[in-house]
Design a protein around this ligand. Sequence first.
Ligand code: DGJ
Length: 734
Amino acid sequence: MLDGYGAVLSLRAAGTSLVLDTAGRVPRVLHWGADPGPLDDAAAEALRETGGPAVLNNSPDVPRTFSLLPSEFEGWAGTPAQEGHAAGTATTPRPRTEAVRHRSDGEHGGTIEIDLADEITGLRTTMTIALDRFGVLSVDATLVRDASLAGDGATIPYTLDALRVMLPVPERAVDILDFTGKWCRERAPQRGRLFYGSHVRRARRGKPGHDAPFLVVAGTEDLGFGRGEAWATHLAWSGDGEYLVERLTEGAGAFSAVLGAGEGLRPGEIALADGDRYVAPTALFVWSDSGLDGLADRLHRRLRARPTHPQSPRPLTLNSWEAVYFDHDLARLTALVERAARVGAERFVLDDGWFHGRREDNAGLGDWFVDRTVWPDGLSPLVDLVRSHGMQFGIWFEPEMVNLDSDLAREHPDWVLGPRQELGATARAQYVLDLTRPDAYAHVLEQISAVVDEYAVDYIKWDHNRDLSEAVSGYVGVDRPAVHEQTLALYRMLDTLRARHPHLEIETCSGGGGRVDLGILERTDRVWASDCNDPVERLQIERWTRMLLPPELIGSHLGAERSHTTSRRTDLSFRLIVALTAHAGIEWDLQEADEDELDRIARWAGVYRELRGLIHSGRIVNADLADEATAFTGIVAQDGSRAVYTWARLVTSAPGQSGRVRFPGLDPDTRYSVRVRNEFGQASRHQAADPAWITAALQPEGVTLPGSVLAVAGVPLPTLNPQQAMLFDLVRLA
Ligand code: DGJ
């Protein structure tokens, strides 16, 4: 570690860089974006010299600074980085740098650590800014109360109201893209102008929510999947959160706007007495000049490089939920397991309904032991059958929840999270269990662990079906906000289970995709992206979920012909293609499938096994198409040797022809064998005949085309009927 105090420091990796000036009271960003290359002394000095804005009329008499902890002291009149007080005092933070440590890995990133001390708030802050080798920045901040800094004032605990990480973005970032949604329609994009003022997105549900901002992007006007410049942030946290894009007329230092994120804190939730510490969730920042796919590529590479990233082939999964719901009948489930085996499933997951008192969705949560009325011999008969077919066994829990109609709630009514005076409304007939209580926490942990041990469970589907509202804990005798501690308890429980059961995989589910964030993904292996298996909806949900997560982390299941959540009917071939390009599975009562359908599903399972190595390691590319009724998404092997593309049409549209559509991500200087994979069905077309080259690509031997034609000129694609898709399989030729 070099002491870098006072210097211009840069972190560089994969074509991006962050440059900080550490000479001022608090370091400030001189540049975040494209890598200007190694900075010699003259260039570093020039960046510093040009790092200050004009002194405007009717403004502070010194140039405004926008530092890493922007405050009013610096003339920043926007949202402050830190808000809080000590009983109404210490409201104007003035941190000052005490030490800077810089570790550079050359062109492969590095770390800058900054220690700051604040005599007004009596807080010591450490910020750690790391750029990984893929160009993703992470910012971690820790506050420690140190009474000796502030004299008398620091004997009163400091109430932290907010700690935000904010980075500046340049004037060409004129658009904002982020996400919203609802149950069964997660990650719906919304895009608009970056106007003056604050675009603030809050998650106040005790989880990111179905409407989570997910990834907040500031971008250039031309931003698309494969074009434009973008700056984005994601908060790796599963509790309350806040995202911000803000633009003041005076700018932000030498920049124009800011992009930030931080935990959402409830009043009084964090009170720091002398020696107490607050660790903020990691905020990630990523820049790309190759569009949204460029952002996703950096994030995917980062995730795939984690030691905990799933390495084994992602097993084709059959989940019992939409097949049997609460009808846990051994004969019925036996038939389902047999059919799962027949089509080639590799993991069988027993969903909700197996535990004590759980005959419908209004009872049982909290009693995590097998219901002997429906399972007189325990789960062994089923588990043994599953294993006899060589499948893994998975099971559903909703550990953070409780029904009042449960042994647990009857014995421990005070374990329910909520005001002691009177509980608010139930949601899905349930409340939240107060896991900040050591007794409640231990009870649930041991019950789960016992089931995992008894049945050698391979996989848990970890559900969470309601918002945390009025989430106060009375454990310490008074009701105190508890989302922060509840989230940490969840993390602790997941970490403990994984340590105890090293082979256990866990899926994060929250009524579908209501808790998809990189905090929980540090401790889970898959997300259930949505309760909606309707491929029309799912295609869009997953396309945007992939902005953050690579396909191997996204569960996608083949549902019934008539979707259980939208009532829409779709063809099997379309459903199969949409479920293929993820961690694939089945969520359908296969007893309803006829022999032909079972054969097609089995062939699809074979294609999944054949292609999953590519799907689960390749680079995601999306074509920017004028016709929004269509989508063209590819997954290209990192070495370019193979690729799959999905050409899909959701609804009809005016154009009769696709025109020449380019295959993004291919090498123009080589040739490809292109084949349409139609083993599991044909897409129905809205045309008299395919473009001639498609006719050739439909043959088993495929057609050979130059990369320049596919990637640069483009090729006409068939005009599909609505709710149809076609899968292209490309192999690079020597
Ligand atoms: C909500 C989940 O998203 C579903 O997949 C299913 O597990 C149900 N809960 C079970 O209650």
